[in-house]
Design a protein around this ligand. Structure first.
Ligand code: ATP
Ligand code: MG
Length: 348
């Protein structure tokens, strides 16, 4: 068992020898700092010791963007650039494109026969996402069933350890249910169950403090944010509404500035001192925001510069994605073959 440590957040987790890391991101927009602390940072560490596959989930992005697909197609290379600019190394990590691996869609169709509509409707993540999106009565079947397609993604690469934010836990639980059903039909363990790897910041809130920072909620601070974006977002941040004067005692819980300082500042002792001062009174929100802004500017500046260079060579990004996708086909096809065998359908 290893303890992962890094400058800012990283994790107390339990990767074990032989773990296969599988994770992914919907291609619904450029990635944000919530992705970084929730998952990307872990992937950068894990790639040194474990076999890792990262999926750009473009088909899953379409599940709520079917009528404006350009939102997905235009973001595929953005996501690849975001991976590389934070330190994902394509020589160590396989980066692949969901829509170009046909076995994933086939597996989804087989698994779909084992999952009831009621079970999908009960999935807490799907439930809250439906509540937040304006589908009305027209929930796309693809959206309701995306947990099944996600189970296909994970199992196709024999993923055992999944570095994710906490919104993904119900989806991994549902994946493991499918794994057990398939294994029961096969009469042997042809698929492996997976475990979640949560970071110390499994759910970074948006600047308003209300919801999870998310590409779909316009509450993100992007990894590619400009200096001005960072300034604006920090300025707008939710603090303690009762902390009106500098000398008033302030509250830390729910104060997004402190949540972000905990997540991104490298000197936790200093942040603890600031917190005590804030709670006692005598520390203004302007001051804490200034410290946070400096910290985020320092953190994001080199990432932004690397990303700008990467985006100047889209052919290279495309070639990395194509190469990783080609490398992924074989493993996914082998899993598909085992699943078809379980259903007695490999006639030729
Ligand atoms: P969308 O709104 O399109 O669903 P998203 O911002 O939720 O986008 P995803 O692509 O769904 O991003 O998530 C990719 C990974 O990043 C998942 O493991 C998810 O749990 C993690 N993640 C996303 N947002 C956060 C966050 N605010 N805090 C921690 N982890 C996050
Ligand atoms: Mg999401």
């Amino acid at each position: 068992m290893h303890t992962l440590e890094n400058k800012t957040t990283c994790t107390i987790a339990a990767p074990i020898s032989g773990d296969k890391i599988l994770t992914g991101d919907r291609a619904t927009g450029p990635l944000h700092i919530g992705h970084y602390v929730g998952s990307l940072q872990q992937r950068v560490i894990l790639q040194d010791k474990y076999q890792q596959t990262i999926l750009v989930a473009d088909m899953q992005g379409l599940t709520d963007n079917g009528y404006h697909p350009e939102k997905v197609s235009s973001n595929i290379l953005n996501v690849v650039a975001d991976y590389l600019c934070v330190g994902i190394d394509p020589a160590k990590t396989t980066i692949c494109l969901q829509s170009s691996i046909p076995a994933l869609a086939e597996l989804t169709m087989y698994y779909a026969n084992l999952v009831s509509v009621a079970r999908l409707q009960r999935n807490p993540t799907v439930k809250s996402e439906i509540a937040n999106k304006s589908f009305g009565k027209s929930i796309p079947a693809g959206f309701l069933t995306y947990p099944i397609s996600q189970a296909a993604d994970i199992t196709a690469f024999n993923g055992t350890l999944i570095p994710v934010g906490e919104d993904q836990l119900p989806l991994l639980e549902q994946t493991n249910e499918i794994v057990r059903k398939i294994n029961a039909i096969a009469g042997e363990e042809i698929l492996v169950e997976c475990r979640a790897l949560l970071s110390k910041v499994p759910r970074l809130p948006g600047a308003d403090g209300k919801n999870k920072m998310s590409k779909s909620m316009s509450n993100s601070l992007l990894l590619s944010a400009s200096e001005q974006d960072i300034k604006r977002v920090v300025k707008s941040m939710y603090t303690d509404p009762k902390h009106l004067n500098i000398n008033d005692p302030g509250q830390i819980e729910g104060n997004v500035v402190f949540t972000y300082l905990d997540a991104f500042h490298s000197d936790s002792k200093y942040i603890e001192t600031l917190k005590r001062q804030y709670q006692e009174g005598g520390l203004g929100d302007g001051h804490t925001k200034k410290i946070l802004e400096e910290c985020l500017q320092d953190f994001l500046r080199p990432i932004r510069l690397r990303r700008e260079m990467l985006m100047n060579d889209k052919a290279q990004l495309l070639s990395i994605l194509k190469e990783g996708t080609e490398r992924s086909q074989d493993e996914a096809n082998q899993v598909l073959r085992r699943v078809k065998n379980a259903f007695g359908l490999n006639l030729f």
